[in-house]
Each structure stands twice: as structure tokens, then as C-alpha cells.
Design a protein around this ligand. Structure first.
Ligand code: 13P
Ligand code: ZN
Ligand code: NA
Length: 272
């Protein structure tokens, strides 16, 4: 099933997919193992920095080969695309889905840039996600701008996007204080638009709030920081008391820690 059809179905049924960022072979293998073990579908996401790190072709081909090798239902998505040419290159390379993120631009400009990507994605039948409002990055002194239901409806109608990233109280990275999602706002935006709603910044959000956000209309949950964090913390711990140089003996311990984390998240998200 195409991702946009799955997300539309999720919207109808009050279900959500987990979307996990990956950074290298180990984290890719970690999330796919978790999906396989819990019998879950999921979305694999690549940010612009990960695409630059691995190279678009290697990253995309590795993800696609791994999906096939692990026998998991998964879609490949580009996360927070800011460079229009790179977003188009991802579509050319066969991504199932892209996010064009012009959320820091004024409304009309965000609409125009998003429309251009929607038009380009049509020839591939790919899913398009865009952001309205602003989901802050923690630790960078940024303010959140909440998504307004009325603007969201106009934005979705004018752009024709399938998925909308909403600013409803979550933020990227770890929180200093426990976040409080605007659950009523999620329900209002969900009722106002035909798009499937995406929750960014899910690292650090209490699981009961994640589940309640799904009940209110969130259909895709983005998780990144917690995966990076647990992988690196475990790696540091293993390396601290070992001088093993066979990386194939060291990395799997960190990979396993990331798998355990993602398995738990998949159980939280697939509760319904
Ligand atoms: P976190 O890093 O807070 O999990 O956010 C992930 C995200 O929104 C990726 O787009
Ligand atoms: Zn995000
Ligand atoms: Na977060």
C-alpha cells in the first residue's frame, strides 16, 4: 500500500505509524529488527544531514535493500527537506515520501514551495508532508508557533499535501520539563483538514500523551533523538571498559539497545 493511503486509513481508524530516523547501517538494522520482532510496519526517515553523511544513493539503496532483506513493511521518507533540489533528488531516487519544510517562511511562500514539491511528487505517486506553524529545536532558544486549525485547512487545500506536520506543543530533542501536548488543538486541526497529521519531536514525550495524541488524530510519530542517544550511550559504555577493535563485536551491543527502545515505542504506538 502507498504510504499516503496507509496514512489516510490511519486517520480514519485512529491509528499511527512510527517514523524512525536512521544514521548508519547499525541504526537502520536496529529499527528494522524492532519492526520485525514486533510485527509492525514503520517509516524509515533520512534527514538532510544523514543524506549528506552517507550520500543519497548509498543511503537510499541501503534502506531499500535492508527493507527487502529484513522482510518488513516499511516506507522510505525524507525528513525536513529544506533544499528543494535535494527533495526532488530524493523523489528521483525512488523515495516513497518526502517532507518539504518551509515552515519558517511566510504562509504564502510556504504554500508556493510546497505546491512545487506536490506537483513534482505527482509523477512518482509519492506522499508529501509539509509543516505549518513552527516546531522548535530545544536548546536553541526558539519559540514554538502553534498550528492554527483555520490556516491548516487553507494550507492543505491550497497545497494538496497528504500529511501535515503540526506544532502542538512538541519540540525536537530532549525536553527540560515534561512537555504538555495541546490535545484539543490536535483534534481541532484533525477535524479541519483532510491531511494525515504528523507529530514531530516525540523523543521525551510521556507515552500516555503519545497514545492520547493518536486518539485525537495523529497518524505518524517521528522519533530521532532517543535512538541516537541510546545508541551512543551504550557504545560509550561498552568502549569504556574494553579495548576490542573488532567493530563487529562492539556495534551490535549498541544496535541491540536501539532495537529494544524502538520495540518498546512500537508497542506504545500500536496499542489500538
Ligand atoms: P525527536 O528528535 O525529538 O525525536 O524529533 C524527531 C523528529 O521530529 C524528526 O523529524
Ligand atoms: Zn521533525
Ligand atoms: Na523531542
Amino acid at each position: 500500500m502507498k504510504l499516503q493511503d496507509q496514512l489516510a486509513l490511519n486517520k480514519k481508524e485512529g491509528k499511527a505509524l512510527l517514523a524512525t530516523n536512521f544514521y548508519n547501517f547499525e541504526t537502520l538494522s536496529a529499527v528494522l529488527t524492532a519492526a520485525k520482532e514486533t510485527n509492525s510496519a514503520l517509516i524509515l526517515q533520512l534527514s538532510e544531514s544523514s543524506l549528506h553523511y552517507m550520500g543519497l544513493e548509498v543511503a537510499a539503496q541501503m534502506a531499500k535493500s535492508a527493507i527487502s532483506q529484513y522482510g518488513v513493511q516499511a516506507w522510505l521518507h525524507m525528513d525536513h527537506g529544506g533544499d528543494v533540489n535535494l527533495v526532488k533528488a530524493c523523489l528521483d531516487a525512488g523515495f516513497d515520501s518526502v517532507m518539504i519544510d518551509a515552515s519558517e517562511k511566510p504562509f504564502a511562500e510556504n504554500v508556493k514551495i510546497t505546491q512545487e514539491i506536490v506537483r513534482y511528487a505527482e509523477q512518482f505517486g509519492a506522499n508529501v508532508e509539509a509543516e505549518l506553524g513552527y516546531i522548535a529545536k530545544l536548546g536553541q532558544g526558539q519559540d514554538m508557533i502553534y498550528t492554527q486549525p483555520d490556516e491548516a485547512r487553507r494550507f492543505v487545500e491550497e497545497t494538496g499535501i497528504n500529511a501535515l506536520a503540526v506544532a502542538v506543543g512538541s519540540a525536537h530533542g530532549f525536553y527540560k520539563e515534561t512537555p504538555k501536548l495541546q490535545l484539543d488543538l490536535i483534534a481541532e486541526i484533525n477535524a479541519a483538514t483532510s491531511a494525515a497529521l504528523v507529530l514531530h519531536g516525540s523523543s521525551g514525550i510521556p507515552h500516555d500523551q503519545v497514545q492520547e495524541s493518536i486518539r485525537r488524530g495523529i497518524t505518524k510519530i517521528n522519533l530521532a533523538t532517543e535512538i541516537k542517544n541510546i545508541f551512543m550511550k551504550k557504545l560509550q559504555e561498552v568502549l569504556a571498559d574494553s579495548d576490542e577493535i573488532d567493530l563487529r563485536k562492539v556495534f551490535p551491543k549498541a544496535t541491540q539497545a536501539a532495537t529494544d527502545l524502538v520495540s518498546e515505542k512500537l508497542k506504545v504506538i500500536n496499542f489500538s
